[in-house]
Write a new protein. Structure first.
Length: 242
């Protein structure tokens, strides 16, 4: 069963079309990655899926067409995006940032928010150590942990991640990707946009290659990892090892 089913999605800025007829699926409980070079349209894709950019085509989330729904409505339904820039509230504490992620649940009177917070702290002990620290004073790796934790306090069913390894040291990248792989075991479906193709294909179930706004290749991640085209373009020395 598909959690996300995208059909003929096209996105433009003014008269310039950036994405051209994208078809993409994310299965329930799966990790799906989109790899590709800078400027391919990966961030644009995630922004359109969250309703942050106008788009043509259909976006089915579960059995519901959310194409015309506002971003807030998509969040309430269980879609969540961790953007490339993380977009934390630097002047607020770690704990307050996490509570903001849970705000839609708190507003609806949902129970168990404190249990969700404890689960995030258990997954990211460093955040618990810094729970009173201002988010703006955290290191890059800690900021990424907080961005992930904030998304998780909203209880997403579909978690979309935009370049979670960007700008992080290799050891921190391994930790973050390990957490992402573990999240799959909780039943969360994940759409991972990542320039580090080697790392992404190691944890993903299925992958797409996006170039110049078009999907040029797709298949099981294990198949893409041995594809001559992917190896030549994305898995050479420039891609780096985990």
């Amino acid at each position: 069963m598909s959690v996300l089913d995208v059909r003929r999605l096209s996105v433009g800025y003014g008269k310039v079309e950036v994405l051209h007829g994208i078809d993409l699926e994310v299965g329930e409980g799966a990790i799906v990655t989109v790899i590709g070079p800078n400027g391919a349209g990966k961030t644009t894709l995630l922004s359109a899926l969250m309703g942050l950019l106008p788009a043509r085509g259909s976006v089915l989330y579960g059995a519901t067409d959310v194409s015309d729904q506002a971003t807030e409505a998509r969040v309430v339904r269980g879609m969540s995006l961790v953007p490339e820039r993380r977009e934390l509230f630097g002047e607020l504490s770690v704990e307050d940032n996490l509570l903001l992620g849970a705000f839609p649940l708190i507003r609806r009177g949902a129970q168990g928010v404190q249990d969700d917070m404890r689960a995030v702290y258990a997954r990211f002990p460093r955040l618990q150590e810094r729970r009173s620290q201002l988010a703006g004073t955290l290191s890059g790796g800690e900021r990424q942990m907080l961005a992930l934790g904030r998304a998780l306090t909203g209880r997403p069913k579909l978690l979309m991640l935009d370049e979670p390894s960007l700008g992080l040291a290799p050891t921190i990248v391994r930790d973050i990707l390990q957490v992402i792989a573990e999240l799959k075991q909780t039943g969360v479906s994940i759409l991972l946009v990542e320039q580090n193709a080697r790392a992404a294909l190691q944890i993903a179930d299925y992958g797409y290659v996006l170039e110049m706004g078009e999907l040029v290749l797709q298949g099981p991640a294990s198949d893409l990892a041995v594809s001559p085209r992917v190896i030549e373009s994305y898995l050479g020395l420039a891609a780096g090892a985990m």
